[in-house]
Design a protein around this ligand. Structure first.
Ligand code: ME8
Length: 657
């Protein structure tokens, strides 16, 4: 197919807020879009795969201020800094063709032009906004949109706010948008259509506030200083400015617009399926062909967060389990349109069952047998036999079944189809029993056929797995001796493309089994560290508000005491027994629960402070006459204690007052 005849395919992910490091939930959509882009390229399409970052808004401005840096420095660090967004996509083997940052000059200038055009055509007008404002979501809400008085998106507090602002005439497009949603396949899955129509369109679409004066970190409205463009105009038009709309940086608009699909998380479906088409209608621009609202990865039913019991850092998970294992898990385990409950146990199970047991074993058993029985190269003789037909017919139709699912973005089902074949091939080994065939030279042709059928199944499955686990598939191809000419979408539909006399190269296990117990313990340890890092650095006991009069205070007799001996109390983890010189000539014994903080030897000879007129107490059968003073606080969740020590030149018995 020549370049100009190639089918075009334009796919986008949401552009991410770099307000914090991305977690595994963010990785989900980008991995899905990557699988889709790779699949389309394999099919021979001319693909444009766009992702990026949405860098303006009040939240970023506030976070930058708190961090003591400029907003630009703040976002630069999260986007281009070490282990930032760009690094993450590189690590995850994301094959995006373009990356847009909404702070890019060409985008900023284009947004100004777009805003002005909509102002000039009358769809943007100036008014005053009164409403309930949610700061984290940067959204105004009406009373009726609130859920239990809280923000319907994040569940957070809202407050009354009013400001002079520009508005977009969203209400004008309600009818056309409703038709788009209800009469076409613009929005999928279909369940999301009802949600949009019932919750937003039918209750009455209000005009949308599209500028802010309460912060400055945004695209300035060039004809009205003090106003910045509200993030959704800025954010949504990225899909077009990245192709060259209203700018000279790129020149792909006529080639790739309208987009074939926008992948978006369910909470931003509203912006993509109502506001976005309405804005495009306002400018008389073609609408994207589809918006697909995927579900969330949740933990224990709630949104992802570090404070829940899982490590959600993709760097940690990729390092422990491998990038492909993580990519595979995300798309194999959860239906793309619904929420999926993430857990480390599930991740490890998926790796061990599908990748290590089923796929990994099939590859290593097959290549090991070809090496053992044929020295690595199959002979040309063949002998068909029982079980061949059922395997071959299942695998021959696989590509079309995978394609049918991929076209509907049903990654889980596509993988299910592939794994049915992998499982069938493993069963074929048990049925044909190559080890029994190998005992008799007369079975050589039959044994070669069995091996060939297995290798050919692996070749076809690996080709279809390329969009999901590209690096591992390359390793598989190398092991089974499949050249580039038989790793193509066209050959994935034709049985028998692998050379009949192929040479295999058994290598290391491609998907080593994960020791679940060890891995979970390690993750738990990392999670505890993460939790600690979230705790305040330093915490001291709250101050007492109740006043104590001077005379009462003076009733405490504080003395300098010198440690003559110190030893742990038998059968106690905590207690140390001190023999102290208190200046009276008679040793004083004090027990103190500080063994966790001090070894007895390090305290010998030290001059400490004790309250000496407390009534004696018995602990573990021993008498304690007084109490040693110490300073206590908590650091990163850990209790710290320091005995109060005074200068050694101070004699035992000196009164502290
Ligand atoms: O919404 N599971 O940015 P964002 C699945 N800047 N997806 C998740 C997720 C989870 N646990 N957590 C977040 C924005 N996401 C805007 C987009 S587009 C013009 C502007 C998804 O960084 C979320 O659903 O807050 C969204 O689609 C994406 O991550 C980006 O979220």
């Amino acid at each position: 197919m020549c370049d100009t005849c190639k089918k075009k395919f334009y796919i986008t992910t949401p552009i991410y807020y770099p307000s914090a490091k991305l977690h595994i939930g963010h990785t989900y959509c980008t991995v899905a879009a990557d699988a889709m882009a790779r699949y389309k390229r394999l099919q021979g399409c001319d693909v444009m795969f766009l992702t990026g970052t949405d860098e303006h808004g009040q939240k970023i401005e506030e976070k930058a201020k708190a961090a003591g840096v400029t907003p630009q420095q703040f976002v630069d660090n999260i986007v281009t800094g070490e282990k930032g967004v760009l690094d993450l996509w590189k690590l995850m083997n994301i094959s995006n063709d373009r990356f847009i940052r909404t702070t890019d000059d060409y985008h900023v200038a284009a947004i100004q032009k777009i805003f002005r055009k909509m102002y000039e055509n009358g769809d943007i007008y100036k008014g005053s906004y009164k409403g309930k404002y949610c700061t984290p979501c940067e959204s105004f809400w009406t009373e009726s949109q609130l859920k239990d008085g809280k923000c319907p998106d994040c569940g957070g507090e809202v407050h009354d706010a009013q400001e002079e602002a520009y508005f977009f005439r969203l209400s004008k497009y309600a009818g056309r948008v409703r038709k788009l949603l209800t009469e076409t396949d613009f929005l999928e899955p279909k369940s999301r259509v009802n949600e949009m129509v019932n919750n937003f369109i039918d209750p009455g679409l209000e005009d949308l506030c599209v500028s802010r004066t309460s912060f400055t970190w945004g695209v300035p409205v060039d004809f009205d200083p003090g106003h910045v463009v509200y993030v959704w105009i800025d954010a949504l038009f990225n899909y077009m400015t990245a192709l060259g709309f209203e700018n000279d940086k790129y020149d792909d608009l006529s080639k790739f617009w309208p987009a074939d699909v926008h992948f978006v998380g369910k909470e931003i479906v509203r912006f993509h399926s109502i506001i976005w088409p309405a804005m495009l209608m306002s400018l008389d621009l073609p609408l994207p062909k589809k918006v697909y609202g995927h579900g969330w990865l949740v933990m224990d039913g709630g949104k992802m967060s570090k404070s829940k019991g899982n490590v959600v850092d993709p760097y940690v998970l990729a390092e422990m389990f491998g990038v492909d294992a993580l990519r595979f898990f995300l798309l194999r385990t959860f239906p793309f349109g619904s929420d999926g409950n993430f857990s480390n146990e599930l991740l490890i199970n998926t790796i061990n069952i599908d990748l290590a047991n089923d796929l990994g074993n099939l590859v290593s058993r097959t290549t090991a047998m070809v090496e053992k029985y044929f020295g690595g190269t199959l002979p040309a003789e063949r002998a068909a036999g029982e079980f061949d037909e059922s395997l071959i017919s299942l695998v021959s139709g696989l590509r079309d079944r995978v394609e049918a699912q991929m076209e509907k973005f049903q990654f889980q089902n596509a993988l299910e189809e592939i794994f049915k074949c992998i499982q069938r091939a493993n069963k074929y080994i048990d049925e044909t029993m190559p080890w029994a065939l190998a005992k008799d030279e007369a079975n050589k042709a039959r044994l070669a056929t069995v091996m060939y059928n297995l290798l050919e199944t692996i070749r076809i499955c690996a080709t279809l797995l390329l969009p999901f686990i590209p690096a591992s598939c390359e390793k598989i191809f190398a092991q089974i001796g499949a050249g580039a000419d038989v790793q193509t979408w066209d050959t994935a539909n034709v049985w028998g493309k692998l050379s009949q006399t192929v040479t295999v190269h058994k290598g290391d296990a491609i998907f080593p089994r994960v020791d679940a117990e060890k891995a979970l313990a390690k993750l738990e340890e990392l999670h505890q560290e993460q939790l600690k890092s979230l705790l305040p650095a330093l915490e001291v006991e709250p101050y007492l508000t109740e006043k104590v009069d001077f005379d009462t205070f003076c009733k405490s007799d504080l003395r300098a005491v010198k440690v003559k001996a110190c030893e742990p109390v038998k059968k106690s983890d905590k207690l140390l027994k001190f023999t102290l010189d208190d200046g009276t000539g008679t040793d004083r014994q004090i027990l103190s629960g500080i063994h966790k903080f001090y070894e007895p030897d390090e305290l010998l000879g030290k001059t400490l402070v004790a309250i000496v007129n407390l009534p004696p107490r018995k602990m573990m059968g021993l008498e304690s006459c007084g109490m040693l003073l110490s300073a206590v606080h908590t650091e990163k969740g850990e209790e710290k204690l320091h005995l109060v020590m005074v200068d050694d030149s101070i004699p035992a018995g000196a009164k502290l007052c």
